[in-house]
Design a protein around this ligand. Structure first.
Ligand code: ZN
Length: 150
């Protein structure tokens, strides 16, 4: 049984809230990008649907199974990048990854700082990063499922 990361109480509540009531959860009608990934170490799975328009994440939805860290991370990620330019989404993802490598949280993370405590648990880092890995893939042209992106 893996040791659970210890979080600041406020952050713990935020993470559990997103786990219990995931935001932007389900399939996305009209999506033009699709990507998915697994974290075999923990059994986490994340599928992302994106609607990209003119370099902006107009809409995004995820579904998946797995631990509270992987699912709440995906929920919070969708909130953070929805309506934001592709470049910003990638920048936030890079800052998130750096934070989980032990760096101080970057300036664009916002609520995603809640996951800072995960950095002390290398096995769980993969859980938190899974959705961002899938997002990065989803933002590549190879994930286009239909034409129509401006
Ligand atoms: Zn996990």
């Amino acid at each position: 049984m893996a040791v659970e990361p210890q979080f600041d109480e406020l952050y713990r509540e935020l993470i559990l809230d997103h786990y219990r009531r995931p935001r932007n959860n389900g399939a996305l009608a009209g999506a033009n990008r699709h990507a998915e990934g697994v974290n075999p170490v923990c059994g986490d799975e994340i599928t992302l649907d994106l609607l990209m328009d003119d370099g902006t994440v107009e809409n995004i939805a995820f579904h998946g199974v797995g631990c509270s860290i992987s699912q709440s991370s995906a929920s919070m990620m969708t909130e953070r990048v929805k309506g934001r330019p592709r470049d910003e989404a990638l920048r936030v993802g890079a800052q998130f990854k750096e934070m989980l490598s032990g760096a101080a949280p970057g300036p664009d993370l916002g609520d995603l700082e809640a996951f800072q405590g995960v950095a002390q648990f290398p096995v769980r880092v993969k859980c938190a990063l899974l959705c961002w890995k899938v997002l990065e893939e989803g933002l590549q042209p190879s994930s286009i499922t239909t034409g129509g992106e401006a």
